[in-house]
Design a protein around this ligand. Structure first.
Ligand SMILES: [Zn+2]
Length: 161
């Protein structure tokens, strides 16, 4: 952010509340807090298998949970139900909370669910392919650099005990 959205002055970096932050160089008081944006993430269950998908933007071989932003006025659960239908063409029959996870690389707060679904998979343009894993395969699946997927799955597995 180069210019203050309030008064159009230059922004600069200075210490605000003990952190280095981007703020207006003039007196208007605008501070770019850069608060994380919440997003919903889902471990999708279909016919007893677990679906991981590859986003178009990810390199070959990378699969993880599906995720999406929450719309204004929408609950994270409803966002998850909507994303499941939009991204996968699947109808959610239950949505259970797993946990929430700060995700600094994207400055997001991920709110993760396990989503039971029914229907036929029909991927949106955002996703390029998917895999179906048994629970045993999910336990040992290598998420590679997509560490958040591993964290969410491990927490869900620990909740099953
Ligand atoms: Zn300003």
């Amino acid at each position: 952010m180069k210019y203050c959205p309030e008064c159009k002055s230059d922004m600069n970096t200075r210490s605000v509340d003990g952190e280095s932050r981007l703020a207006c160089s003039k007196e208007c008081g605008y501070v770019f807090w850069n608060n994380p944006i919440p997003a919903s993430a889902g471990l999708i269950e279909i016919n007893g298998k677990f679906l991981l998908a590859r986003n178009q933007a990810w390199p070959a071989g990378f699969f993880s949970l599906i995720s999406g932003f929450i719309e204004r006025g929408e609950s994270p659960e409803n966002a998850m139900i909507r994303e499941t239908e939009e991204e996968l063409g699947l109808k959610a029959t239950s949505v259970e909370f797993i946990g929430h996870y700060p995700f600094p690389p994207m400055n997001q707060l991920m709110i993760a669910y396990v989503v039971k679904t029914e229907g036929e998979v029909n991927l949106s343009d955002e996703l390029s392919e998917y895999i179906l894993l048994s629970k045993a395969e999910l336990v040992s699946y290598d998420f590679g650099a997509l560490k958040l997927g591993r964290t969410v799955v491990d927490q869900w597995l620990s909740q099953q005990a």
